[in-house]
Design a binder for this molecule. Sequence first.
Ligand SMILES: [Cu+2]
Length: 116
Amino acid sequence: MKNLFVLLLVSVFSFSVNDVKAQDTKKTATIKIKTSAQCGMCKERLEKAFAYEKGVKKSELDVETAVFTIEYNPKKTTPEKLKEAVTKVGYDADKLPANEKAYEQLPACCQKGGHK
Ligand SMILES: [Cu+2]
C-alpha cells in the first residue's frame, strides 16, 4: 500500500514537470518595431542597449527597413515597455516619438534625415 502511494506521488510529480516544460516553449514572443534608425551605428546602439533590456532574448535591427525585431519573454516584459526602451535609446518606435534628450545625444548621421 505504501509503495502504491509513492508511485502515485512520483507520477504526479513528473506530470507537473511536464507542464513546466510545455510552458517553456511558449515563453518567447516576437515583436517588430518600426524605428527611425539610419545606419549600422544605430543598429549596434540599439542591439547593445537591448542586450541588457529585461526579458529580451534576441534583438536584430534591419538597417534597410529600420525594423527592429525583438524576441522576448512575455512574462517579463511587454511590447509597450520594449517600445519605450527604443525611444530611450533615441529612436522613434512605431507611433512613439524618440526621447528628446537621447535623440540629441545621437551623432548627427544617426538623427532622422542624417542619411539621405
Ligand atoms: Cu546611425
